[in-house]
Design a protein around this ligand. Structure first.
Ligand code: LMR
Length: 250
């Protein structure tokens, strides 16, 4: 028996998490139905606004991130749109989009220790960074290759504060940013902001990449379509951009 608590499908009858799909269509926004799928309940107004904002914050970041780059190159080979988007999705990994999951895991573990041991935010941030340094690991979700201050972070944290989702996880990530600032500027990026907010919304860290993927798939569809309809086929590196450094003929 294959059990599922998500949808009950019978002939002429589709019920998702207890709601008829025809009642959701046109009545409940997409992001709220996504919340319903994950949490098995409808979001309240504040949750609905926050979840929509989280998805929008991941929607696109131009052609250079590995996922979009991969999707466009594969699209230029003449494959169908879903294959090109799937190729881009395969590039979402630990160093691209993955910091949400890793960041949420670290924050959730340390907030738990903080509450159990009655540590202050500052003490927890110091202990956490010392531990990561000992393990030769980086704090996920901090710093950005392009932005000195990721504009998405400011807006997301502003909304989290306004809507009541600035709790221990957001506060701990801000304390970490402050701790970093004693030595260097390493601000929270969009992945780190999403990690902290979904943790304060009580989402399991294992769902971290899901928020990135939900937004970015829309961005990749736009890029793949643009590639297919406006660009010459078979985008490739030119020979002058490559250098052979293997053995000479022998
Ligand atoms: C993104 O949203 O894909 C970026 O923040 C990652 C990057 O380095 O472009």
């Amino acid at each position: 028996m294959w059990k599922t608590g998500i949808s009950n499908i019978k002939p002429d009858d589709i019920v998702t998490r207890g709601y008829r799909q025809e009642d959701l269509i046109g009545a409940v926004p997409f992001a709220s139905v996504f919340f319903l799928l994950l949490k098995s309940r409808m979001p309240d107004k504040k949750e609905a606004k926050m979840i929509d904002a989280l998805i929008t914050s991941s929607i696109d970041h131009g052609v250079t991130p590995p996922s979009t780059h991969a999707a466009r190159i594969v699209a230029s080979a003449g494959v169908p749109l879903p294959s090109a988007v799937a190729a881009g999705m395969l590039a979402v990994g630990d160093v691209h989009g993955g910091a949400i999951e890793d960041g949420a895991k670290v924050l959730q573990e340390w907030v738990k220790s903080m509450l159990e041991n009655d540590w202050s935010l500052e003490e927890t941030a110091t202990r956490m960074l010392a531990q990561l340094q000992k393990e030769k690991k980086r704090m996920p979700g901090f710093g950005h290759r392009i932005h000195k201050r990721d504009p998405r972070t400011k807006r997301l944290f502003g909304l989290a504060q306004e809507l009541g989702f600035e709790k221990e996880h957001v506060r701990l990530s801000l304390a970490v940013e402050k701790e970093f600032a004693k030595k260097k500027t390493l601000p929270i990026n969009v992945d780190g902001a999403i990690a902290a907010i979904i943790s304060d919304m009580s989402f399991d860290w294992r769902l971290g990449k899901a928020f990135f993927v939900m937004g970015r798939v829309a961005g990749m569809i736009a890029h793949v379509y643009e590639e297919m309809t406006t660009q010459k086929p078979m985008r490739r590196m030119c020979v002058q951009e490559t250098e052979y450094d293997g053995p000479w003929e022998r």
